[in-house]
Design a protein around this ligand. Sequence first.
Ligand code: GH3
Ligand code: MG
Ligand code: MG
Ligand code: MG
Length: 299
Amino acid sequence: MDHKILIIDDLEIMRTMLSGIASEFGEVVTAATGKDGLIAALEHKPTLILLDVNLPDIDGFRVCEALKKDYRTQDTPVVLITGMEKDEDAESKGLTIGASDYILKPIKVPVVRARINTQLTLVEKSRALEKANAELTRQAMTDSLTNCFNRRYFMNAADMELSRMKRHGYPVVVAMIDIDHFKRINDTYGHEVGDEVLAVVAQCCDETVRYEDTLGRLGGEEFAVLLPVADSDGAYGVLERLRQTVEGLAFPNAPDLTVTVSIGIAELEEKDIAIDGALKRADDAMYAAKKAGRNRVEI
Ligand code: GH3
Ligand code: MG
Ligand code: MG
Ligand code: MG
């Protein structure tokens, strides 16, 4: 892993000695004053900061406090370095204000090396956890076949959009998109082609709507999209374009296949308590499109 270690110490000999050890772990940057150290922390975003307590301008405790107050640096571990070995207060004060560890002067090379190693290992573990967490969060909100949001995420997002609409008063439209005769597609071409159709249609929907619109797979071959700041006439244009694009899609594994969708549109209304009401109206409109011959958009 790429580490960057910031050393803040006013003595050049200390900066040189500490740099020698720290450079075994990654890139090293140094600063000779508290102020320069704070600037360097923001500029270089180090993984670890070694901070001398006795500095000519701002003392190390206050530098540490400043680092811990700033959201941009508060998660960066700080190891304090001091010559006040008799002063137990200094040690507890340092640890209380958020320092991760303490190194006493005169420094011993193996001790410094071990303490740096411990801090960097902790950083690596927490980064790995963060990554795993982010991946879990992504999986929990995504439908794995189509990569669009799953039903649970969509319903939550839609309820939030409904309350935003009520607060701000802008129109929001929800559309139900259902693939026509999808069962027949599965029966004729097999489930694998069916799955490919779902993925391609989802991608097509995603590319047609705007970035701030939310697309979800509600079930089998049913998708829904939320279009904020759109009234049903405005949304009709977008969805009619989507309908035409889907009709023109080509499927390499089924060259003679034409896929169409039926789409129902409804506006969210002030009286709606949850998204279900608007979804039901969109669903009714979608069924009207089916009844009217499919491959249509109905309001
Ligand atoms: P309509 O035009 O009236 O919508 O007819 P339809 O055949 O599309 O509708 P129906 O609800 O009868 O059939 C939906 C089919 O979708 C049935 C089900 O087997 C299939 N299906 C649901 N989920 C998946 C999936 O993940 N992959 C595949 N390949 N098929 C699926
Ligand atoms: Mg000093
Ligand atoms: Mg269908
Ligand atoms: Mg259906």
